[in-house]
Unconditional design. Structure first.
Length: 432
């Protein structure tokens, strides 16, 4: 082969490689754009829109004459773009690998993958044994409770309470509604009642199922109480596909750090004093909290429910059924915990203004009613805390300011309400 022929062959290979890289941009750019989208809907729109735009651009290039293609292939700007995109893709892949390895070695919610399996999420979010927390400490299992005895002491009625941060609590242990519930039920039924608080912050019903199977059953529960927080427990099944950009740890960590820094800056600029009853600090500014209420909480009890939200409800109810099957016949009880806009109608109004929506389009009683109607044929008791919180609104705020959890008053109301509704169930199990 002559030198000219070899040079021509080399030029053709370079041209083919350039075109291959350009086609790859149809995958790389939409993937990155979708990963940085704020939600699933935006992820789909951004990804599809950029795919279409890039595909049209590549097709137009192929339809152009050889002179246009040669000019593009030889353009310094185009070559610089190719190089930048491929380097960016390489950096993302290396970061993903490094962060994945770090997440296996370091226990941290910051490094928990969005599509993490329940075992990984529970490991990352639970506290260490006997870790200090709000003036007290966790137990030997890492839960916000006193130590438990196994096997169960004779004559003790034991309730295993599955939940997230609502159960773990943001108030000291003595003020937690499950602690108060334990004492109230013991006084009501006349036998020792033990409420084992298996709450782990950052988890959801699919994780509660794992905790019950992995640890809860070892406690030999007479009842299993599953707490369902309306705000963020609806939609519990996480997809494991890495084809979804939002499941990449690189982008998740970037979003988490960005949010923390942004909220820290907003909190430094706030002019109103913080809630004195707050047990722990919060990174939520008033603006961020209002946006979360509007974008995440309100769709759960919208009268005109979107298709995606309906699917999330169905997934959640199926997981609750599986928890009941694992608990055993007649041992499962569901408690529905309302989010603040269901109780504070001024907050509901402001969130509706944020969305430019009509408050009449939201039914605050819909979530508990949906759970009751679903489980009534299965004879699974459903406890609703909302009516008691609404009835006692004149006593003051029941939620921590700009936060999702109950303060001291909210915990006391919840404990009294649950004790009243659980008493006949406990007596029935005791045969009294």
């Amino acid at each position: 082969m002559t030198d000219d022929a070899r040079m021509a062959a080399r030029a053709r290979r370079r041209a083919r490689l350039t075109r291959l890289r350009r086609w790859a941009h149809v995958v790389i750019l939409p993937f990155v754009a979708a990963a940085l989208a704020p939600d699933e809907a935006a992820e789909a729109v951004l990804g599809a829109g950029l795919v279409a735009a890039l595909a049209v651009g590549v097709c137009l290039q192929r339809l152009a004459g050889p002179g246009v293609r040669a000019a593009l292939d030889g353009s310094r700007a185009v070559r610089a773009l190719d190089l930048a995109l491929w380097n960016a893709a390489l950096v993302v892949l290396c970061l993903e690998g490094a962060l994945t390895l770090a997440s296996r070695a370091v226990k941290s919610p910051l490094l928990t993958a969005p599509n993490a399996k329940s075992a990984e999420r529970v490991r990352d979010y639970r506290f260490a044994p006997y870790a200090p927390y709000l003036g007290g400490k966790t137990n030997a299992w890492g839960f916000n409770d006193t130590d438990w005895v196994t096997p169960k002491p004779e004559g003790t009625f034991r309730i295993v309470a599955l939940g997230d941060s609502f159960h773990f609590g943001v108030v000291p242990y003595a003020q937690n509604f499950l602690t108060l519930l334990e004492a109230d039920l013991t006084a009501r039924v006349g036998v020792p009642v033990e409420v084992c608080n298996l709450g782990i912050s950052g988890t959801s019903p699919i994780d509660y199922l794992f905790v019950l199977n992995d640890e809860g059953r070892l406690l030999e529960p007479d009842l299993v109480l599953t707490g369902l927080f309306v705000g963020n427990d609806i939609g519990v099944v996480r997809t494991g596909s890495r084809l979804r950009p939002s499941n990449w740890l690189t982008f998740a960590v970037f979003k988490r750090i960005s949010r923390i820094l942004a909220e820290r800056r907003r909190n430094e600029e706030r002019t109103t004093p913080p809630d004195e009853e707050r047990g722990i600090s919060t990174v939520m500014s008033p603006d961020f909290y209002l946006n979360m209420v509007a974008e995440i909480y309100l769709p759960v009890f919208a009268v005109a429910r979107e298709k995606g939200m309906e699917r999330r409800w169905e997934d959640t109810l199926r997981v609750l059924e599986r928890i009941g099957g694992l608990a055993g016949d007649g041992r499962h009880v569901i408690a529905v915990y309302p989010c603040e806009p269901q109780v504070d109608h001024d907050l509901l109004r402001r969130a509706c203004e944020h969305l430019k929506a009509d408050p009449a389009g939201f039914d605050v009683h819909a979530p508990a009613r949906r759970v009751v109607e679903h489980f009534a044929p299965k004879a699974v008791p459903v406890l609703d805390v909302l009516p008691a919180l609404l009835a006692r609104r004149d006593e003051g705020r029941a939620y921590v300011e700009h936060e999702t959890h109950w303060n001291g008053l909210g915990n006391r109301i919840a404990a009294a309400t649950l004790a009243e509704q659980l008493e006949p169930l406990v007596r029935a199990r005791l045969g009294r």
